[in-house]
Design a binder for this molecule. Structure first.
Ligand SMILES: Nc1ncnc2c1ncn2[C@@H]1O[C@H](COP(=O)(O)OP(=O)(O)O)[C@@H](O)[C@H]1O
Ligand SMILES: [Mg+2]
Length: 255
């Protein structure tokens, strides 16, 4: 649950605690000390100009990118520990990508089942049963046997969400989940995200869907030049930002 004042949060209420995250590519410093702390059940929106480091930050949170510095706790587990089994730890963190990243030669069921068999080593029967339950959560139970090429972009992205959900992660990170979609298909994906939130799923979403952020996000973070410039409720960040840079960016994405 969202802790309104942050202070005095009971131990264990923080699901993701990334602090002082830095990331450089050669001489380019992309993240310059970012804190991303997410409470259980919270839906956090990450906004910021192209190149500000949103994707890099999300990828650093499960060490798909190796942070150059910083600490990273997921449900109290230190992901930067030299002793960590990172592949096992990554199962706690679902990822959803802008480009869906589905296997074109596998149907929807096959795409969801694959990770369950490979990662969790479930039997075909158990994997398919769980995959069908997850496809139902994204309202695609009747598309289980359709291939990505036979699905709309919105349906493909919902398969991508089902694939992440099937592994029963504690948190899901979504990198611009709707920006590759035709406008009329965005709603179905946002609808599923809203339902997940109502079921208590913890999520961090890089997205500029401001209307959705207003109605569903607990907190909005504005990232620019590799630092969090400002954060607050959607209302605060979109209508009464303290920082001129935030106001300027919000102006741009409103048009
Ligand atoms: N693998 C990489 N090698 C070098 N530079 C990279 C790499 N990945 C990202 N960058 C650079 O890092 C900066 C931030 O990129 P990114 O995290 O993708 O920003 P955003 O998602 O906010 O658009 C950009 O300048 C980008 O060119
Ligand atoms: Mg990006």
């Amino acid at each position: 649950m969202l802790n309104p004042d942050g202070a005095g949060a009971p131990a264990g209420s923080r699901l993701l605690e990334a602090r002082g995250i830095r990331k450089s590519y050669a001489a380019l410093e992309v993240l310059r000390g970012v804190d991303l702390v997410v409470e259980r059940g919270e839906l956090v929106f990450l906004i910021g100009p192209s190149g500000s480091g949103k994707s890099t930050l999300l990828r650093c949170c499960n060490r798909l990118e190796e942070p150059s510095a910083g600490t990273l706790l997921v449900d109290g587990v230190d992901l930067m520990s030299p002793r960590i089994d990172i592949n096992r730890a990554r199962r706690q963190i679902g990822m959803v990508f802008q480009g869906f990243n589905l296997y074109p030669h596998l149907d929807a069921l096959g795409n969801v089942t694959l990770a369950l068999r490979k990662v969790l080593r479930l039997s075909r029967r158990d994997a398919e049963a769980r995959a069908m339950e997850t496809l139902a959560l994204v309202h695609l139970q009747d598309k289980a046997r359709s291939y990505p090429g036979q699905l709309s972009g919105g349906q493909q992205q919902r398969v991508g969400i089902a694939r992440a959900l099937a592994l029963e992660p504690k948190i899901i990170l979504m990198d611009e989940p709707t920006s590759a979609l035709d406008p009329e298909l965005v709603g179905s994906v946002l609808g599923v995200i809203r339902e997940l939130r109502e079921r208590g799923m913890t999520m961090v979403i890089a997205s500029h869907e401001m209307g959705f952020a207003r109605s569903a996000a607990d907190r909005v973070l504005f990232l620019e030049g590799g630092v969090i410039v400002e954060q607050g409720t959607a209302e605060q960040v979109f209508t009464s930002a303290r920082e001129a840079r935030t106001r300027q960016f919000v102006q741009q994405i409103m048009h």
